[in-house]
Design a protein around this ligand. Sequence first.
Ligand code: GLU
Length: 349
Amino acid sequence: MTRVTLSRNLAMWSTALAVAGLALLPAIASAQSPAEPTAKDFQRLVDEAYAKFKDVTEGANANYIPILDTVPSELFGVAIATRDGKVYAAGEQDYRFSIQSVSKPFTAALVMNQQGPQAIREKIGVEPTGLAFNSKLALEIYPDRSVNPLVNAGAIAAVSLVQAASEDERWKLIHDNLQGFAGGELPVLEEVYTSEYETCWGNRGIANLLYNYGRLYSDPEEALRVYTRQCSVGVNTHDLAVMGATLANGGVNPLTGRRMMPAEHVPELLAIMATAGFYDESGEWMYSAGLPSKTGVGGGIVAVVPGRFAIAAFSPRLNEAGNSVRAMRAISFIAGELGVGLYGPNTGE
Ligand code: GLU
């Protein structure tokens, strides 16, 4: 083969490759930025999820906080909120249930805002426990005592880590932060607060142990009161969806335009939600839904599709791990239908 033919051949090949490459481009581009579902798709999916799981009666209301056992078990709501502030909903949207542990990532965000993500890593931790949400054993077996800001120990530590000059200021900062994420006023459900505070012997033990080990950063009883109040904030399904959409929108509330956290810290927060948002069922949840999420014993769950939208659901009956049965099913169904699992389209099963 002469030099000329060689270079002609090379030129032919490179043209062919370029054409093949161009043909591949749309596929690559669409893999990187999948087309957003339409308003119709979102509405159809929340309606379908509601209809599909409304008759599920598995699980039981939380009853270790006595008042939670009195919430009507039949309530069920599903909502999707997008990063441009649209909300698609089915079922119950008005009933305000206690936010419980769904509050935890948002207070972690407040600590990150004040002191940077290193404060979370160094003063609380970012590892899943593999143990129940209220585990005291975790405090004894892990050298750093608290392991992440989404289990009770780490969440009580996060409350204590918020920089405030008084208990009142600590509470105001936390409450305002939750309201900022939701884009509206959120009441405290005083009956829930009283019921939980009167019975929170386990959490009191956790707070005192943390203090003993130098991993609580305020007076333990103050941290416990503010933590319990934070868990008693009332939200509805719509509020939860908007809180998630704020994370999906890089930290800016899509309804109010208020920046709630720097965009560069959102991935760090979502990483903790992915590994610990479902407590000791987090692996199972990533397997079925593939989305960073947070659950609460009030029956609420919020899942975030990073950069795109959030899916929230609420229903009081919980499984053994403390996660709402209907809410889990509704969210993994929608995530599966839309193929939005982080690691590739999940089946939702
Ligand atoms: N306030 C509840 C507790 O401390 C939160 C638990 C949860 O929602 O998972 O037990």
